[in-house]
Design a protein. Sequence first.
Length: 308
Amino acid sequence: MNNLPSVRGTLTRQRPLADLTWMRVGGPAEVLFQPADVQDLSVFLAALDPAIPVFPMGVGSNLIVRDGGISGVVIRLGRGFNSIVISEGEITSGAAALDAHVARRAADAGLDLTFLRTIPGTIGGAVCMNAGCYGTYVADVLKSVTVVLRDGSVTEVSSDALHLAYRQSRLPEGAVIVAATLVPPKGDPDMLGQRMADQLAKRDETQPTRDRTAGSTFRNPAGFSSTGQADDVHDLKAWKVIDNAGMRGARIGGAVMNTKHSNFLTNAGDATATDLEDLGELVRKKVYDSQGIELQWEIKRVGHQKRI
């Protein structure tokens, strides 16, 4: 990939990505671009050969980069994209702002985004995946997003136009989210703070928060409503069907299904991306063979199986 556009940010060829993901595995980006700001990103995409693929990457909290790495340009937003502005009951957050930081700032202002407090990752990723817990989803509070399209144009997209559904959205092809505007319900700051503290305590008690994981590996095998949201009538949990298949603690190489919570695929120290993905697929097979349930990956897996 020659003659890349000039930038004010940073372009790095063959940049290893393992240290940028929570799982600490995976090969390099053919090119990693860390734009200085929205204008820098816009000018770069406008000048980039349209045939070159781009992949926006957050903090790698819900991601396995395969051992062969990623072709094209990986775009990782940084400090120029992490502002949080609160005005008249709305929060406009840069896409790189951490979910937890946004939740805390909102609570201090008497706005309830407590569901985001225990979700690892950034606001951009939360929008892409329509992240949610405790019965609330991004779709419930999102007003609009600002995106840079593949041709470099900057535009605002309404929440409705994203067609947010369970763990998915329909962004324009090649679009990079740079900001999101949220309209949360109001709440008492002290009560919101206590709720978040309780949520964190419960999470740390039940989940392996000190291990190398990427959050929940598989979606709960629940039913779905007509709007695409999980149907709470179906309370089947992924960890339960994994346990029923005898896969708690299962291991391939350095990959293990965590013994504290079996829906957390874990790098026990020396796993490769292939180890992790192979173990996940083995779990899916065992669950299907034993119970006729087809687990769906929640962790996103990208890149090439073999080195570029």
